[in-house]
Structure formats: C-alpha cells, structure tokens
Ligand binder design. Sequence first.
Ligand SMILES: Nc1ncnc2c1ncn2[C@@H]1O[C@H](COP(=O)(O)OP(=O)(O)O)[C@@H](O)[C@H]1O
Ligand SMILES: [Mg+2]
Length: 627
Amino acid sequence: MTMQAETLPKTHPFQAEVAELLRLMVHSVYSETDVFLRELISNASDACDRLRYEAIARPELIVDGAPLAIRITPDAKAQTLTISDTGIGMDQQELIDNLGTVARSGTRAFLSRLNEAKDGTSLIGQFGVGFYSAFIVADRIVVVSRRAGASEAWVWRSSGGDGFEIEPASEEDAKRVTRGTEIVLHLKPDAKRYLETYEIERVVKTYSDHILFPIELKTADAEPRQINAASALWHRPKSELKPEDYTQAYRSIAGAFDEPAMTIHYKAEGRQSYAVLLFVPSTEPFDLFDPNRKGRIKLYVRRVYITDDAGLLPGYLRFARGAVDSEDLPLNISREMLQNNPQVEQIRKGITGRVLTELENLADKDAEAFAKTWTTFGKIVKEGLYEDFERRDQLLALCRFDTTAGDTRSLKQYIADFKPNQTEIYYLVGESAERVKSNPKLEAARARGVEVLLLTDPVDAFWTSAPLGFEGKPFRSLSQGDVDFELIPRTDQGADAEPKPDEGEETTIVAAVKAALGERVSDVRASKRLTDSAACLVADSRGRDRELERLLARQSRGSGTKPILELNVRHPILKMLSRAKADGRDDEVADLSALLFEQAQILDGEVPNDPAQFAARINRLVARGLA
Ligand SMILES: Nc1ncnc2c1ncn2[C@@H]1O[C@H](COP(=O)(O)OP(=O)(O)O)[C@@H](O)[C@H]1O
Ligand SMILES: [Mg+2]
C-alpha cells in the first residue's frame, strides 16, 4: 500500500478562485481565443527576463545552457501545441504557488468584476487572465519545468476541474527540459486551427512581435525559424515606425487591449543616456486605484529588464505605461539599490517633465483629444497638486474644470473672463455636478455672471485645502469663510426684490436663530453669498472646507467642527421669523430656525440628523399656515 502511495503523483486542489476561473474558461464561448498565446508568450518572456537578471550575479546559470528563447511547436499528430522557453523555470513549490492560485492583480480585478458582469467571457479580453487562459483552448495541460541550476525537473498536469497533480519528471522529460518551462496544450476540438503555422504566425505578429527574445516556430518537417521582430522598439528611429507598431508595443508592454491615447518616444542624451517609450492609455488600467498607487514603467539597463517597480513616474502619473532603457546604470544594480539612486532620480525627473510637456502640447494642438484624456485621468493628475509642489503651477495650467460657464475650462480661460473688480478664482467643492450646480452658495456669483469652478472629484477636497493661487490670483471657496461680492456689479437686473431689513432687525433675527440653534452651529450671520435661498452652511475660514470635513467624517477622521449658518435676511421666511420673535411665539422661532438649518444641510447633500423630527416640524409649520 505505502509503496503504491509513494509512486502516485500528488494531487492538489486549486484555490477556490482558480476553480471558478477554470469553470468559466472551460465553458467559455469566448470568441477572441487568441489571448491565450499572448499570455503564454508573455510569461515565457518574463521567465527569460528573470533568468537574465539573476544571471548578472550568477553567470553560470546562462552560459552553460541554451540561449534565451521561446519556441512554439505544433504537433498535428498528437493534436498538441507546445510553448517552451529556456527561462528561469519553476521548482515544485513554485509550480504549486504560481499555477494553483490567483496571484496577479489583473486576474483578481477580473474576478471581482465577474460578479457584476452578466457575461464574464467579454471580460477575459479586457483583463487577460494569465496562465489560466490556456484552458480556453486546451482541455488538458501538461507543464514540465526545471528551475535554472536545479538538478530535478517537475511535471504539473491538469484537466481544469478542481485540481492538478505534480510529480517528478520522467527521465525522458527531464532530459528534454534542461532549463525553463515547457507547456503542452491538448487542444479542444474547436481550437485545432492553432496547429496551422499561418495561424500561429498571425497571432504572434499581432500580439507579440516586439517581445525581446526570439520566438521560434518549429514544425515537424523544417528547422526552427524566428517569427517575431524581437527588436527593442524604443531603440528604433521614429521614422521607421508606424502607428500599428506603437499600438502593438503598447499592448504587449502594458498587457492592455485598448489603443494608446498618447505615445511618447525619445532618446535622452547628455549627463545620462536613456531611451523612452511611454504611452498614455485611452481607458483606465485595472490597477489605477490600487492603494499602493505605483506606476508600472519597466526599467531596462542596456536591454536587460530590471524591474517595473523603480518608481520612474510619480503616483499622479501612474496611468502611463511603457519602458525606459538606460545606457548608464550599472547592470548589477539591485532592485533595492534603485530606491535612492540619484541617477534613477534624474531619469524620473526627466520623464516626469517630459510627460507633462507632452500633455501640454496635446492640449495646445488637439484640445478635443486632450479633453478626453483629461476626463479619464484628470482626477489622478490632480493628486499632484498636493504632492508635487515644484510642479504645481505647471499642473494647474494643465487642469481642466467644469465650471458654471461650461466644461473643460482652463484657469487661463477663467482668468481671461474675470468680471470687473473680480480678483479671485471662485470654486465650490461637492459630490456631484448636479448637486453643486443647484447649491445656493452660487447665487451671489450667478447674479453677477461670475464663473465658479465646480469641483466634484474626491481628490478636489484635498488639493483645495492648501492655500493656492494661479497667476497671482488666489483661489476662494464659496463654502468657506467670508465671501464678498459687493464690489462686482450685478448683471441680473440689479437690486434684490425684497428690501433689506434695518440693522436693528437684522441683529435681532441673527441673534434669535443663534439662540434657537444653540450647539448645532458655531455661528450665525447675515450672508453676502445668497440672493434667492434662505440659508446655507459654510465652514470657518481657518478650518476645513465642508466637503473635506464630510469626506473625513465618513472615515471617522472628521474633527467634528461645527458649521456656520448664513442667513439671507431679505428672505420672506426670515421676515416671518422676525415677526414671530416680536410676537413672542418662541415655538415658531425654534421650528423655523431648525428648518433653516436642516434645509441648508439637505442642499449640501446631507441628511438632517433626525429625519423624523424634521418631517414633524415641516408638518407643524404647514398646519399652522393653513389653519
Ligand atoms: N513559462 C514560465 N516560466 C516561469 N514561470 C512561469 C511561467 N509561466 C508562468 N509562470 C509563473 O506563474 C505565474 C502566473 O502567471 P500568470 O497567470 O500569467 O500571471 P502573471 O504573469 O501576471 O504573474 C507567473 O508570475 C510566474 O511566476
Ligand atoms: Mg502572465
């Protein structure tokens, strides 16, 4: 018994998520099946990259064996397609970890989106599901792998389902796979076309032409021949390259499926030489909102891939993808050493500046294209306003805003359209465009035709919390501190419909409301920003703006600062309140005051603390009016 158990291959269950993924692949009616080859070639290329990097410290890993390459072998007789590489390979544990769990974030993102989507198959292409996409075309997969430098090789087998088995490779397998990985796909009946050489060449040309290692096609009756260009696109002159070349390079480097919205390709010469090929995607990459906010620019040193974790762009440009190939960095630089390396810092400065100038150029040359990119990534770029003080002015010049005068307005345009006596840039932060547009805090500005920036991205509450200006004009929030429009002439047929009460009455009204509201507000005062509405809530000029306070309160990081209630003393409601006060109807004063406070909350998108009381109060006041 024991003897037998030892010779049986060890079976392992797939992690539940993998099993779910595989069920989807097996039942997939997905039409763009080509992705599997792209994913397997990309893994083979990564494996070669990793071996080349390890071999910098341990050259014996490479010199003794076959050159780094990827090979595709169709076998019509066996109905198999084999993809092999002479890269780093995997040992037993790595096979279990890498081909049994979902490690990569793209696949995770795919799975989390899967629950929302009705048709999961359409998502496969959008995310790419790595190794597991091989099960789209294969019903059985056999992997033989030998870690570089290891004495033993291992076999991994699976037919999808719930598990895979692993055992030491047979003598024959071990002899064939001297280093790296061989993946044998037993093709499903409807995937047999991938045995045709023209089909394989088509897919490789389309998706993997610029993989840096040679991809060889080996058929039964011929010598292997290379079917990809295998050139580092960034080293080739621009004049030789067509837009399709760039698109393909973008997709292959970024693992993306969309078109690049912007391509940046240049060589920096001087104190440091490096080639740059960067892309701005046209759609959001899946990892855009990963908490680590890291970019994924690949760093090469003289064509040897080092890492995509060198932080070559700041967090607020993390949507850009691509590669930088340095001529000067030492090849044996460790990933850790990259952290504080002054040369890397210089490259980072250089390409950050370049991305920003290219964005500026696009804005100048093609406002529409720029507007599209801004709509997709503007909310990320704005993070730079509080992270990168050095470049703040440059970033502010790039910013486009929705304003009361239209969308995608620049600050230059805003300032050019200043009204007489206007000296400040007005803005209002809020949760959604609709809500901000109907906010009464805009009334005084509207009555004067003064444009207001409507800031509705979550990041807006943060960057506006620092004192800012553009071309010498300070920013000013309409929901914070004192705002005085008196010097700017009104454009809406002049005076208010209602006369202003005299100063004595104003003081009485303000005092009465303040007494009635007590602890709920930090102050009550007559407003200069309202023309039609009765009341609004604003923040103290020294504290946080209301929207930021709300955002932080949601994460229980609010300071609990109380707002200031501003009253439009010309409003009929306040006249009623004034009369009630004079007649000693204190209940009514209390109800009206609370109502003013609560309606101001609602206009800011908040819910009154006690909705039941709020409703009861309205009903009381209505009943009184009708009685
Ligand atoms: N040909 C290969 N050689 C070595 N390791 C591989 C190979 N193919 C896959 N792997 C390992 O399996 C892991 C999972 O692959 P995959 O599902 O494509 O995700 P990703 O490539 O995004 O990490 C890889 O990260 C790698 O560690
Ligand atoms: Mg992969």
